[in-house]
Write a protein that binds this ligand. Structure first.
Ligand SMILES: [Mg+2]
Length: 369
């Protein structure tokens, strides 16, 4: 099998409402879709979900790295030599994880399609089927508004809520308290400060009033504040989950050596694809730390990749593949039934609806052998 053509689409997906975290408000998703065509007729799909506040990438920079460097580099190659391609592409382009992820996901999709197997079975095959139950992510708003959003989510069938925090500790305590009082006890509450509390002193101020409501606290302090992450791990009764602090397997190993982090938040858009995510998960598991498969609010193709990664490994205990629930329209046949998502078929198990793609604001670049 040989790669004959690569098409790169830059497209914008409207959100039902702006997504607000401590990092920035996001009005719409700017995503990059990659189609890797082969001489067998099989087409692999991949997606890049750049987030400049996390990895320094934009939609334009992701598409440019793909079009100028990575795609020409692997055209005419056998798409199934994934390990070799991933290593050589990393040697060629440092950083740019969303661009790397988009292309590797497309190669992994082809791997599954060539084998006529759903990808998660080839990666590890832990789950019965490629499906995930996702939490509802609550944007930062006033305590009352967030409590109302929480009740609406529970009415819609969600059993897990992820609360975005990270402004002033006093209001954050009021937010969590209002939500905890508004929903049934059996609803699982997680919180993510997105580095917003900065240091351990501020984080302790916030967490003292809310930790008893939470199952986990994610990235409470600035990403480089590893000693504060260690302090919090030693002084809290709930698990601490680094996110921005851990992009690669090497980051995870460094945190483990320092004694930081109970659970690691893996994102395919930080690791630069599935190969590095497998390494990160293995490093974490080697020291008895579970992982979560987190989301950069991917569109449907990136979400499908997340489903297969999470379904492949037992050590991936949570997921947050919430993108398709936040957008007004998808461009694939991903099966969405709140709060569950499922794929079916070989590879990623999704196909792109070209009419739906054309209806979104999009641009395309084509490279041929
Ligand atoms: Mg996070």
């Amino acid at each position: 099998m040989q790669i004959t053509r690569i098409v790169i689409h830059q497209y914008e997906i409207p959100l039902k409402e702006p997504f607000i975290t401590a990092l920035r408000p996001i009005p719409a998703l700017e995503r990059v879709l990659v189609e890797v065509e082969t001489d067998t007729g099989l087409i692999g799909l991949g997606e890049g979900a750049p987030a400049y506040e996390v990895t320094g990438e934009t939609q334009g920079s992701t598409a440019a790295v793909l079009a100028d460097v990575l795609a020409p580099f692997i055209i005419e190659e056998n798409p199934l030599a994934i390990e070799r391609h991933v290593r050589r592409m990393r040697a060629l382009v440092d950083g740019a994880p969303s661009a790397h992820a988009a292309l590797e996901i497309a190669l992994q999709d082809l791997r599954g399609k060539a084998a006529e197997q759903p990808l998660y079975r080839l990666l590890g095959g832990n789950a019965e089927k490629p499906s995930l139950t996702v939490p509802k992510v609550l944007s930062i708003k006033s305590p009352d508004e967030m409590a109302t959003d929480a009740v609406t989510a529970v009415d819609e069938g969600y059993t897990q809520l992820k609360i975005k925090l990270g402004r002033d500790p006093e209001t954050d305590v009021a937010r969590v308290t209002a939500i905890a009082e508004a929903v049934p006890d059996e609803v699982s509450l997680k919180a993510d400060a997105n580095q917003g509390w900065g240091d351990a002193k501020t984080a302790i101020e916030a967490l003292t009033g809310m930790a008893h409501h939470l199952h986990v606290i994610e990235q409470p302090v600035a990403k480089e504040n590893v000693s504060d992450l260690v302090f919090l791990r030693n002084h809290l009764d709930i698990p601490v989950m680094p996110d921005e602090s851990v992009e690669t397997a090497t980051d995870a190993l460094k945190l483990i050596k320092r004694g930081a982090g109970d659970v690691f938040n893996i994102k395919l858009m930080k690791t630069g694809g599935i190969t590095e995510a497998i390494r990160l998960n293995a490093v974490a598991e080697a020291d008895n730390r579970p992982t979560q498969l987190g989301s950069m609010v991917e569109g449907n193709v990136g979400t499908a990749a997340g489903i297969h990664f999470a379904a492949a490994f037992e050590n991936v205990v949570w997921n947050e593949m919430v993108g398709p629930f936040m957008t007004t329209e998808g461009i694939t046949d991903l099966d969405i039934n709140t709060p569950q998502i499922e794929t079916s078929g070989p590879g990623l198990g999704v196909t792109v609806d070209k009419t739906a793609l054309r209806s979104l604001r999009s641009e395309r670049i084509e490279l041929e052998s």
